[in-house]
Write a protein that binds this ligand. Structure first.
Ligand SMILES: [Zn+2]
Length: 258
């Protein structure tokens, strides 16, 4: 499932290949992919225009054309291909130089749309701040958590609090900061909340950078040890599997404190 790091990599891929070239045609091969948009509206916004700028907010991607923004959500199996359109392409953009950019999505949980203003989209969908937004700092994060009640894992998974964190990376942040996934956020002090913010940024940036060069994760990250009974590479404890907020959760019962 594409999470924030994958979507950031798609954004960079799109920016590397698809900016500055006039769009010749837009083809939608399965209308179920459309999110509050029609094929004519998509064509009207894109054909004859070029993409100038890309933006990501959480797991949401936007590319600015002359009169609107293309919106993509990668769902569970979304992917971008520049050069040729693979089998499960749902949106195919052909540029005037005959190059093709395809949005592939086998399982059709992704979304394609046209957005007039990403900021308005973010407000309408009541999305919280993006964890890598440079204007969002440790203080803002600590304050945001301070206004909430309940299990820290469910708070971090809620896109209205912070946009873009999914199951894997929330587990990783809690593991690396020694916080039990069910710990009440009221019981996490301000210093710890600020530490969580810094660790979150470090993990996400490192994940983006490693995925971009197809490198593996450090062996002492939870993501490399998500197995019931595996040895914790930080403290020698055991990795435990449980369900929090309906999601499979891995944590170390020895060093992650409730
Ligand atoms: Zn441990």
């Amino acid at each position: 499932v594409p999470e924030l790091p994958e979507v950031e990599i798609y954004r960079r891929y799109f920016a590397r290949h698809a900016l500055g070239q006039p769009v010749a045609s837009v083809q939608v091969t399965d209308r179920r992919i459309l999110h509050r948009a029609t094929v004519p509206a998509l064509r009207k916004a894109l054909v004859g225009s070029s993409f100038h700028h890309t933006r990501r907010h959480g797991k949401h991607f936007f590319a600015q054309a002359d009169t609107g923004w293309l919106y993509l959500h990668f769902g569970m199996t979304g992917d971008l291909h520049y050069g040729a359109a693979p089998k499960f392409s749902r949106l195919i953009i052909t540029f005037e130089n005959d190059a093709v950019l395809a949005f592939e999505d086998m399982r059709l949980f992704g979304r394609v749309g046209v957005v007039r203003d990403p900021d308005q989209f973010i407000r309408e969908h009541r999305l919280g701040p993006d964890p890598l937004d440079p204007t969002f700092g440790a203080g803002g994060f600590a304050e945001l958590l301070g206004r909430r009640r309940g299990a820290v894992k469910s708070l971090l998974m809620n896109q209205r609090n912070i946009a873009g964190l999914g199951n894997l990376w929330v587990d990783e942040i809690l593991y690396q900061t020694g916080v039990h996934p069910r710990r009440s956020v009221e019981k996490i002090g301000r210093t710890k909340r600020q530490e969580m913010f810094r660790v979150m940024g470090r993990i996400l940036n490192s994940a983006i950078e490693r995925q971009e060069r197809a490198a593996s994760y450090p062996k002492n990250w939870l993501i490399e040890n998500r197995d019931e009974g595996a040895e914790c590479r930080r403290c020698g404890g055991r990795i435990t599997r449980t369900v929090v907020f309906g999601r499979t959760t891995y944590y170390c019962a020895a060093h992650q404190r409730g």
